[in-house]
Design a protein around this ligand. Structure first.
Ligand SMILES: [Zn+2]
Length: 298
């Protein structure tokens, strides 16, 4: 019986560009040869191989053998996943090549009209649901699409805001919330005053005013319905938080910048959009936004 390619399966079962000698050559054809994978079916068919070859006890060796096959299976799955990503990238590249001039211009500069703040949830990618193309939207995503107040100090969210508003001079900030948001559920579930070492707790607490308003306005609702209510309340709360940044408020007051809320319901596949009316909005601590241009796309 032929020996397997290696006696100890390892991470090398996926091609690693830094070490693979075939990486450079394979780029010309777009096909990466993975010769080690040719042995996988052989290994699967010969599950007794390790048992016969081993000097150890049969039980122990069987365990090792099972573990080896599971590792190989996982490695193969990982390769399949990246094969799929490679295909998608090459598909994107074919579109790139059809619009080379557009991408050459984007390589020199970007001037997006939108900054989008969306949840990190894998189901709510803004480019996917709203069709943003490269160069159209400067996007930041975080758990529950929150923006801390100006007073809370530096964060990656306000670093991105500063760049988008003051350097790129975007004309619109769109905050997108969504149905079944796990971050909002965590906010609604947590103890208000509990000290927690959880990073999630210490992040979603940014939305505590939205939770407070939900508890007051929707006290008779079920927990699930309260979460749905808070998903929208939190978007408005984030719009108010945006106005705590002096350079955002100034541009909104001057009409140079508009801030909008959006709510994507992926159960109904609908999208609500509204725009903050600066003149009618109350900015004090318990403030409430006035909204205009409400639309529902369904
Ligand atoms: Zn979410």
């Amino acid at each position: 019986m032929a020996a397997p390619p290696s006696s100890s399966p390892s991470a090398s079962y996926c091609v690693e560009p830094a070490t693979s000698p075939i990486f450079g050559g394979s780029l010309k054809t777009g096909k990466i040869e993975q010769p080690h994978l040719r042995f996988l079916p052989v290994l699967r068919k010969n599950q007794g191989f390790a048992l016969k070859a081993s000097m150890g006890s049969p039980g122990f060796t069987q365990q090792l053998d099972k573990s080896k096959l599971e590792t190989l299976s996982k490695a193969e799955d990982r390769c399949d996943i990246f094969d799929s990503l490679k295909d998608r990238f090459l598909n994107f590249k074919s579109k790139y090549m059809e619009n080379v001039e557009q991408f050459e211009n984007l390589a020199k500069a970007q001037s997006p009209k939108f900054m989008v703040i969306a949840c990190a949830d894998s189901r709510v990618c803004p480019s996917n649901i709203l069709g943003f193309q490269p160069g159209e939207a400067f996007v930041i995503r975080n758990v529950a699409n929150l923006v801390p107040t100006f007073e809370r100090g530096p964060s990656e969210v306000n670093a991105a805001l500063e760049f988008a508003v003051n350097t790129l001079k975007v004309e619109n900030i769109l905050v997108i919330g969504h149905s079944c948001c796990g971050g909002i559920r965590a906010l609604m579930s947590m103890e208000d005053d509990a000290n927690s070492s959880s990073f999630i707790h210490n992040w979603v607490i940014v939305g505590k005013n939205a939770k407070k308003k939900t508890e007051t306005a929707a006290s008779t609702l079920s927990f699930d319905d309260k979460c749905t209510h808070c998903e929208k309340e939190s978007i408005n709360h984030t719009l108010l938080n945006l106005l705590t940044y002096p350079w955002i408020e100034e541009k909104v007051a001057n009409g140079e910048l508009s801030v909008h809320g959006g709510y994507y319901d992926f159960i109904k596949c609908s999208f609500e959009k509204w725009t903050l009316d600066y003149r009618g909005t109350k900015l004090e601590e318990d403030g409430r936004i006035a909204a205009i241009d409400k639309v529902l796309w369904c």
